[in-house]
Design a protein around this ligand. Structure first.
Ligand SMILES: Nc1ncnc2c1ncn2[C@@H]1O[C@H](COP(=O)(O)OP(=O)(O)O)[C@@H](O)[C@H]1O
Ligand SMILES: [Mg+2]
Length: 270
């Protein structure tokens, strides 16, 4: 993955240079409100700080709120691209943190059901943006609805975000099981967010892996690996950043959670 500066890109226009194909990462979860948008936005900033060209696509079509978290007020959104009122170039916006966003906004509620039209349009957009970025992160909705699973299916890598709460863990388990059985994924990344103590992520990952292995790898040669990609501690700085509608990585760069997100970016790059 190249980190050379792209002379075609300016600070405010989306990159145009073709440098192969982006790595596409879906950030998803079983339960809602566990920190997908927080992880995605700050991960994007951490990747951008490493010289990577990053696009975050707000793929939580029903409950899109990336714009709120980033304090952006887009005039043009994915909705306008879907309805051909705007080009991708017009709808891809620079975000604080040095990455780009394609926001869904509230106009996307009508697309929260997976129709053939939504399928084709999302697929088409991913195909169009992949050559222009190093990374395309999909901030998806929670759960195992058709539209969430379809958005995840468009990504090569999946990160499932879960908190240590029992309800979040059972929902994460259900989601990962579906990804393994329906999408035949053999490797899923786990981000344990809002961890209460060091080592909790490893413990949770091990427990989930054990249960999953029983259902997902019953035949010889069919292994399934849940890999712990990050353990992000519950950190008051996260809530403060969200309240201020600022990126945690920019405003509390030294906090524990920021360090964990930078380590996650380094792990993905490495
Ligand atoms: N590591 C953390 N420490 C403390 N609070 C967090 C953390 N991660 C997320 N939160 C809180 O959880 C809320 C929901 O996060 P969000 O990213 O919007 O969830 P999702 O996208 O999964 O619905 C945030 O607004 C924030 O207040
Ligand atoms: Mg969200």
């Amino acid at each position: 993955m190249s980190t050379a500066p792209d002379p075609a890109a300016s600070a405010t226009s989306p990159p145009r240079a073709t440098r192969g194909s982006a790595r596409t990462v879906a950030v998803t979860s079983g339960k809602g409100g566990v920190g997908k948008t927080f992880v995605t936005a700050n991960l994007a900033a951490a990747l951008a700080a490493q010289g990577q060209k990053v696009l975050v696509l707000d793929a939580d079509l029903g409950l899109a709120n990336l714009d709120v978290v980033l304090n952006l007020h887009p005039k043009l959104t994915l909705h306008d691209v879907f309805t051909e009122k705007a080009t991708l170039e017009q709808a891809i916006l620079p975000a604080p943190g040095g990455f780009f966003v394609l926001l869904a906004g509230s106009g996307m509620v009508e697309y929260s059901r997976l129709t053939p039209e939504v399928r084709d349009k999302l697929l088409h957009i991913i195909d169009l943006v992949k050559p222009r970025f190093d990374w395309v992160l999909l901030d998806t909705g929670a759960g195992i609805s058709d539209v969430v699973l379809y958005a995840v299916s468009l990504a090569t890598d999946v990160l499932v975000v879960a908190t240590p709460e029992p309800t979040s863990l059972t929902d994460a388990y259900a989601t990962i099981k579906v990804l393994a059985t329906q999408q035949e994924r053999r490797h899923v990344g786990l981000v344990v967010n809002q961890a209460n103590r060091v080592g909790e992520g490893k413990l949770i990952c091990g427990q989930l892996q054990q249960v999953l292995q029983r259902f997902v790898g019953p035949q010889p040669g069919q292994t399934f690996r849940l890999e712990l990609f990050a353990e992000v501690k519950a950190d008051p700085a996260v809530k403060q950043a969200v309240l201020k509608r600022q990126l945690m990585l920019e405003h509390y760069p030294g906090c524990d959670a920021a360090q964990a997100i930078r380590a996650l970016a380094a792990k993905l790059i490495g």
